[in-house]
Structure formats: structure tokens, C-alpha cells
Design a protein around this ligand. Structure first.
Ligand code: MG
Length: 379
């Protein structure tokens, strides 16, 4: 069998598939700037397909199942974890991307990567770790995602990291500080993932908060976006049991937002005179949706994210993280070998923070228990 000729044929097929499916403003695989360490093309997977698979098969991705989104595991198993949030983002982003004829493989890779750098205990953990690195740029889960996929994940012998394409790395880099370069408009695939992230957490945080009893449907009915969603469900909404009402509301919240983003963006894209400058295109939503989302997000912030019970968990988590990092900084020999090696060139603080940031909530708790136990304290 002539492998070279077969490869050429299969690669042509991927390119042909994309040229048939993708819109002119989509980002085709053929335009990829490639990888830091050159690798031969895969015979039948596009570069972004491979990136998606590399992220999916990474240890850091699997650990997302043990990391909280908003609620910790002691509140049952209904609510979203960082992993299920990520899968919901990927699903919604692909729906939007497919309808707009964008590159779904790039979208999926970006979506699976977008939250991979979250430390244990969500934003509470991030704030605690940030304090340690205040003098050296701070800690950001978006930047740590790059540390994971460029340095800490090491499935290949010949190079560190996952050796992802430049486009996927750039898409994540843009998330680090969006105010840094306001004039550069990211490719549409990056913007779609950003929009899908917001659609997803607004919908599922509302769902989880009602299910866990932190807010009621009656409270939510004061909000414009909820009133609009209920009116779209129709009169049957009032006849439903509370549990069904919550589910219908969640579905309606997703549909309302996806439809709005899709149609508002499609209107822009249809202005064909600008097709030769795809980087100028923006994924947008209507002014009305933006305002009603803002109202919902302010409600969630005041009544859910700052709920006394969540603040209690947050404070506890931060105390644990402080105790653990302090111990590793004082006693770096307790770090795993790979992180001990990083102490020489990155310093003890950064190495300890990088190690703790990769932990799941469960592992963080168990490390805290061990390090503060009589056995751990004498090491
Ligand atoms: Mg997210």
C-alpha cells in the first residue's frame, strides 16, 4: 500500500469537505499556522480535530469532573461540574457554529480547552492562588490553561505539552486579558465559544440555583428575560409542576439566547460587502438581550454567587488552599518530582501554585487533611 499517496488523498478529502461546508468567513484548517513542533499531517483528521482529541484525552480535562462550577459536591449530584459545564458550552457553541457554517472542529477544541485551567473550588480557589503571585503577574485560570497544555501535560516524549495548533493557543490567549488588545477581533470561532460560555452559565446557574433551593421561580419571574422565556413557552407553563417549570425555563433560556445570537450575527454576516475581511465580523446579540442578561446576572450575583452558604464554602476553601500552598512553599520536597524540578527555574511559589491549581476539589481536600494531620506535619 502506498501510504504517502493514501495520505494525500485523505487530506484532500478533509480540505474538500471543509470547502464544501464552511462559509467564506469561517477559519479553514488549511489556513492554520501549524504547531510549535512540526508534525506530519494526520491522514484523515484535520489539525483542529486532533487538537480537540488531544485536549479530550488529557489528564487535566478528566480532572474537570472533580472541579466545582458554582456548587461543591456536598450539595448532591444534580448541579453542573466544571466538566459538564464545558460539555454544555461545546454543544451550544457547535450548534451556533454549524448554523453559521463555521469550523466546528476549531470551535470544539476551543470550547473543551476554555476552562481546563480552573483550580479547585472555582473562582474562590483562583482568588486564593492569585494572592501568592501578586508580584509576578498573578494567577489566572485562563493563563494556567496554557501552562497545562504547553508545559505540564506530557503525553509525548519528543516535546512538552500537547503541541496544539497556533489558532487554538491564540484563542485561549485572547481570554487572558480581553482588554489588552481591543482592536484585534478574534476569529468567529473564538467569539462563538465566548458567547456560548455566557449563554450556558446563565442558563445552568439559574437551573441549579432553583433546584438547590437558593432562589425560587417566583423571584426569577421578576426578571425580564424569565418573563420573556415563560411567554414563549405559552400558557401551558402555568399548568406544569414546579420541577417541570424549572426545566422548561432552562430550555427556554438557552433557546432564547442562542436564537438571538444566531440571528443577530447572521444579519451582520449577510452583509456580503465585508466578506473579504472576515476578521472584522463580530458575534453579537441584540441590545434587548444584553440588557436582560445583565439583569439576570446581577440577580445571580446577589442571590446565588454571594449566598451566605456559598460564601461560607468559599472561605473554607480559601483557608485550605492557603494552608496547602504555604506548606509546599516551606517544604518543596513534598511536591511531586516534576514540580520539584520546576522550583529551580520558576521558584517555589509558582511551582507550588501550579501544582495546587491542577488539583480536583476532592484531592485538594485530601491533601489538606494529610498535610495538617500529625503524619503530614512531621514530614
Ligand atoms: Mg466557562
Amino acid at each position: 500500500m502506498n501510504v504517502g499517496r493514501d495520505n494525500q488523498f485523505q487530506l484532500q478529502t478533509v480540505a474538500k469537505q471543509e470547502s464544501a461546508l464552511l462559509a467564506p468567513y469561517a477559519f479553514p484548517s488549511a489556513k492554520s499556522a501549524g504547531r510549535r513542533f512540526a508534525e506530519p499531517d494526520h491522514p484523515y483528521r484535520s489539525p483542529f480535530c486532533r487538537d480537540r482529541d488531544r485536549i479530550l484525552h488529557s489528564a487535566a480535562f478528566r480532572r474537570l469532573s472533580g472541579k466545582m462550577q458554582v456548587f461543591t459536591g456536598d450539595r448532591g449530584d444534580y448541579h453542573r461540574t466544571r466538566l459538564t459545564h464545558t460539555m454544555e458550552v461545546a454543544s451550544i457553541a457547535r450548534t451556533i457554529g454549524r448554523a453559521l457554517r463555521l469550523n466546528e472542529d476549531l470551535i470544539e477544541a476551543l470550547a473543551l480547552l476554555h476552562d481546563i485551567g480552573h483550580p479547585p473550588f472555582g473562582h474562590a480557589g483562583e482568588d486564593a492562588l492569585n494572592e501568592y503571585l501578586a508580584d509576578e503577574g498573578g494567577f489566572s485560570h485562563n493563563r494556567y490553561a496554557l501552562t497545562l497544555v504547553e508545559e505540564l501535560e506530557r503525553p509525548y516524549g519528543q516535546f512538552p505539552g500537547l503541541n496544539l495548533t497556533q489558532e487554538v493557543l491564540d484563542g485561549q490567549r485572547i481570554r487572558i486579558d480581553k482588554s489588552n488588545d481591543q482592536h484585534a477581533v478574534p476569529v468567529l470561532e473564538v467569539q462563538v465559544v465566548d458567547a456560548a460560555d455566557s449563554i450556558t452559565y446563565d442558563a445552568h446557574d439559574t437551573d441549579d440555583a432553583v433546584k438547590l433551593g437558593l432562589v425560587t421561580l417566583d423571584q426569577l419571574c421578576e426578571l425580564r428575560i424569565v418573563q420573556e422565556c415563560i411567554s414563549r413557552v405559552g400558557e401551558s407553563f402555568q399548568t406544569l409542576h414546579n420541577d417541570r417549570q424549572r426545566r422548561r425555563l432552562t430550555h427556554s433560556l438557552i433557546n432564547l439566547q442562542v436564537n438571538d445570537v444566531l440571528y443577530e450575527t447572521a444579519k451582520v454576516l449577510q452583509k456580503s460587502s465585508r466578506l473579504s475581511h472576515p476578521n472584522k465580523f463580530r458575534v453579537i446579540s441584540s441590545q434587548e438581550l444584553e440588557e436582560s442578561k445583565k439583569e439576570l446576572e446581577e440577580f445571580l450575583y446577589a442571590n446565588v454567587y454571594r449566598h451566605p452558604e456559598l460564601v461560607r464554602v468559599r472561605n473554607l476553601a480559601q483557608q485550605q488552599i492557603h494552608r496547602i500552598v504555604d506548606r509546599y512553599v516551606k517544604m518543596p520536597h513534598l511536591l511531586p518530582d516534576g514540580f520539584q524540578n520546576r522550583v529551580n527555574h520558576l521558584g517555589g511559589m509558582r511551582s507550588a501554585v501550579d501544582y495546587v491549581a491542577g488539583m480536583t476539589d476532592r484531592f485538594c481536600q485530601s491533601q489538606y487533611d494529610w498535610l495538617t494531620s500529625s503524619e503530614g506535619l512531621v514530614r
